[in-house]
Design a binder for this molecule. Structure first.
Ligand code: SAM
Length: 291
């Protein structure tokens, strides 16, 4: 039975092993059983599923995952947590703990070996300092993924959901929405963690699109266009694209591309939707090919 979701049992384990929290690894352990249950429910894990957990900590959520899934692999960077996990997960025979940095793990290979290349589920209470590289790495490397259910900083969860017109809207919103459907599951106050973080958190579920919602001729180029547009937020889209310097198009051709999109030439990048970014990158791609 999962026992670690309450503060008393967590403190007992921490004391038994004289564990010291490491700030550099973003260690804030969950101590609220209803939030843990909500995460497991939102992830819709079944006995068929292979689950990758990033950063198990002392194994609090891992216990819940082991009870719901067919197989769990939990990747933890902190060597000091490995013996603790050996203890807290000793009742389960469907879990493997890997002592590694998730950013260096070949997740596609793992999915291939452990799940026959079928889509996996990713569940994590993420270390906030690497939220974006983890999510982008999972999507961009085309690992077969069904859904990612993660605890992130509240502000980052909001950014993933936003559209044009919001000040939170940016490159992360567009990247996430290109690959997946984001849904905030629950907001989580600092009191649900030990130690308490300085910021509010939220659980967000990203359900991978079977097919991207827009037609893009050159994905890499579209993300360059997006990055260029948000690099200099206060500048117009035309200036942002011009200053980026990687499109091998003159200033006039960039202006023409924006006109062809059917928007004012002095528009700012933050006003464009994902669909418009896709169209604009297709126009630029065609022009670059012609040059
Ligand atoms: N899942 C646990 C929980 O909910 O109580 C712990 C969550 S804590 C916010 C983040 C965990 O990720 C820590 O255990 C930390 O050591 C681990 N971590 C940090 N950076 C990591 C990395 N690059 N690769 C794997 N694990 C990492």
């Amino acid at each position: 039975m999962a026992t670690l979701g309450n503060p008393k049992n967590t403190i007992e384990v921490l004391q038994k092993y004289h564990f010291n929290f490491q700030k550099k690894f973003g260690q804030n352990f969950l101590i609220n059983t209803s939030i843990l249950e909500e995460i497991i429910d939102a992830a819709e894990i079944t006995r068929e599923d292979f689950v990758l957990e990033i950063g198990p900590g002392i194994g609090t959520m891992t216990q819940y995952l082991c009870e719901a899934a067919r197989e769990v692999v939990a990747v933890e960077i902190d060597t000091n947590l490995i013996p603790i996990l050996g203890d807290t997960l000793s009742a389960y025979d469907n879990v493997e703990v890997m002592n590694a940095d998730i950013l260096k793990v070949d997740i596609a290979k793992l999915a291939d070996e452990r799940n026959g290349g079928k889509p996996i589920k990713v569940v994590a209470n993420l270390p906030y300092y690497i939220t974006t590289p983890i999510i982008m790495g999972l999507f961009e490397s085309h690992v077969p993924i069904d859904s990612i259910t993660i605890m992130v900083q509240k502000e980052v969860a909001d950014r993933m959901q936003e559209g044009p017109g919001s000040k939170e809207y940016g490159a992360l919103s567009l990247a996430v929405q290109y690959y997946a459907k984001p849904e905030i599951v629950v907001n989580v106050p600092p009191s649900c963690f030990m130690p308490q973080p300085k910021v509010g958190s939220a659980v967000i579920r990203l359900t991978r699109h079977e097919n991207p919602p827009v037609d893009v001729d050159n994905e890499k180029l579209m993300f360059q266009v997006i990055r260029a547009s948000f690099n200099q937020r206060r500048k117009t889209l035309a200036n942002g694209l011009n200053n980026f310097g990687s499109f091998s198009l003159g200033k006039e051709e960039i202006q023409k591309s924006i006109e062809e999109l059917g928007v004012p030439v002095n528009i700012r990048g933050e006003a464009l939707s994902l669909e418009q970014f896709a169209k604009l990158s297709n126009i630029i791609n065609a022009k670059m090919k012609r040059n």
